[in-house]
Design a protein around this ligand. Structure first.
Ligand code: MLT
Length: 243
C-alpha cells in the first residue's frame, strides 16, 4: 500500500482521483462524525455549501434530522448543534440523520467525494480505520487533512502520522511512505504521541477554540486515542455511515 499525505484537499494533484482516501479533521469535524455514528446516528450527510444543506435537510422528516455545524468554530445560527463531539449524545442523535457543514472538514470531504473508497478518521477511531485498511490493503491510500482555510494544520498532521505509524507497525513489508509530508507527519507523531492534547492546544486552531471559550471537554475528547471502533464510510456522495 503506497501511502501519501496531503495537508489539505487542495494539495491533492489535479486529476488524481484517489483509489482510497481517508479525510482527517481532528479539531473537530471528523471527531464529531466518529462520535455521532458511534452513538447511533443513522448517517452524517456533509455539505460544503449551507444553502444546499438547508435544501436537502428540508426533504428529510423533521423529527429524524438534526442540523449540525459551525463557521469559525461557532455554532451556525438556527442549527441544532455546533461541531462539538461531546454534544452528539446518543439521546440526541440515535436514529437521526445529521446534516453537517463546517469551515474546513466538510469542504475537504467535498473535494474528494469521488474517491473510490472514502473514510473519515480522527484520533479516537484511528485503530479501527487502520485495521479496516489493513484488511482491504488498497494499492494506493491518500490521507487528506482539512487544515484551516487552505493552510496546514498541526493536529491533522499528528493524526496522519498516527495512522501511518499504526500501518507501518502492523505491516511494514506492505506499506510504503511515498511523500515527505507523511515522513514529517510521522516525526510529529513520534514527538507528541504521549501528549496529544498538548499538541492540539498548541495548534493554531486549538488556540482559536481556546479564544472562543472553554473547550476543555473537546480537547480531551479529540485527543483520546483508539477509543471507539466506528469506521465512517461514504455510502453515497456526501453521506457517511458507520461500517
Ligand atoms: C472545521 O471543519 O474547520 C472544524 O471542524 C472547525 C471546528 O473546530 O469546529
Amino acid at each position: 500500500m503506497d501511502l501519501s499525505y496531503f495537508h489539505v484537499a487542495g494539495d491533492v494533484p489535479k486529476g488524481l482521483e484517489p483509489e482510497t482516501a481517508v479525510v482527517i479533521d481532528v479539531l473537530r469535524a471528523t471527531t464529531t462524525i466518529a462520535w455521532a455514528l458511534h452513538n447511533g446516528a443513522e448517517a452524517v450527510e456533509t455539505f460544503a455549501d449551507l444553502e444546499q444543506l438547508k435544501k436537502k435537510s428540508h426533504e428529510w422528516p423533521q423529527d429524524s434530522r438534526l442540523l449540525v455545524g459551525e463557521r469559525g468554530g461557532k455554532r451556525i445560527e438556527g442549527f441544532d448543534l455546533g461541531n462539538s463531539p461531546v454534544d452528539v449524545l446518543p439521546s440526541l442523535v440515535r436514529g437521526k440523520r445529521l446534516f453537517m457543514s463546517t469551515t474546513n472538514g466538510t469542504r475537504s470531504l467535498d473535494v474528494v467525494r469521488n474517491a473510490g473508497t472514502l473514510y473519515t478518521m480522527a484520533l479516537p477511531n484511528r485503530r479501527a480505520v487502520a485495521e479496516r485498511l489493513l484488511c482491504e490493503m488498497p494499492n494506493q491510500l491518500c490521507i487528506i487533512g482539512s487544515g484551516w482555510e487552505g493552510t496546514y494544520s498541526l493536529e491533522d498532521s499528528l493524526a496522519a502520522g498516527a495512522l501511518a505509524a499504526f500501518l507501518l507497525d502492523k505491516a511494514s513489508n506492505s506499506v510504503e511512505i511515498v511523500n515527505d509530508e507523511l515522513t514529517a507527519a510521522l516525526a510529529l507523531w513520534d514527538k507528541w504521541k504521549e501528549d496529544r492534547e498538548g499538541c492540539l492546544r498548541l495548534a493554531s486552531h486549538g488556540r482559536r477554540l481556546i479564544g472562543l471559550g472553554d473547550h476543555d471537554a473537546d480537547f480531551k475528547c479529540c485527543s483520546e486515542l483508539d477509543q471507539i471502533d466506528v469506521v465512517p464510510f461514504q455510502v453515497e456522495v456526501g453521506v457517511l455511515s458507520a461500517s
